[in-house]
Design a protein around this ligand. Sequence first.
Ligand code: GTP
Ligand code: MG
Length: 191
Amino acid sequence: MKISKAEFIKGVIGDDYGLKDNLPHIAFFGRSNAGKSSVINSLVGKKDLVKTSKIPGKTREANFFRINNSFYFVDFPGYGYAKHSILERNKMIKRIFWYVEFSDARPKAVFLIIDANVGLTALDRDMIKTLKANKHQIVIIANKIDKLAKSAAGKQLSSIKKEARDIPVLGYSAKTNEGKDELTQKIASFV
Ligand SMILES: Nc1nc2c(ncn2[C@@H]2O[C@H](COP(=O)(O)OP(=O)(O)OP(=O)(O)O)[C@@H](O)[C@H]2O)c(=O)[nH]1
Ligand SMILES: [Mg+2]
């Protein structure tokens, strides 16, 4: 599969995730600043389809991007950003969990983006528990692998894999596009 077309369709703030065309979703979850938006840009080969930021907490809506006229990437706001108010954080987390637990638009897969350097955090573990309980297909993307030296990257990846157990883990860099072919193939297998 080659991603040849990517267009922004809409940003959703409420719980209305259904789109009339019923095309499948691939959802991107993860801590704020892990690189969800950057991974999407790297996959579609556009620098600025999705806004990214040095300031975490930039993405506040669930943004729908239609890919090849045949499926959606859904870029969710990051969870756990400390500088958002507790009220706002809880609202965000509630919304994400609603999508995972109750939305009719069940995603074909959830890509959990983490910073390879940081590994899984407490909120990621909670998220994985909820995703598993709701029988979602999960792939962990260990992003920013370019920031680690080769041997350190190998070590980090194997420790993440050990903890992730049956969940596939892919090393990735939105900066260098490392892992892009493998991830694109995975996406093709889901949609
Ligand atoms: N070196 C490096 N930097 C990256 C990579 N991916 C993302 N970044 C940087 O990390 C920062 C956050 O990236 P975003 O894509 O905005 O992260 P996000 O997860 O969408 O963040 P929120 O929208 O706040 O949830 C930006 O400064 C990116 O340039 C990567 O693979 N390597
Ligand atoms: Mg973002």
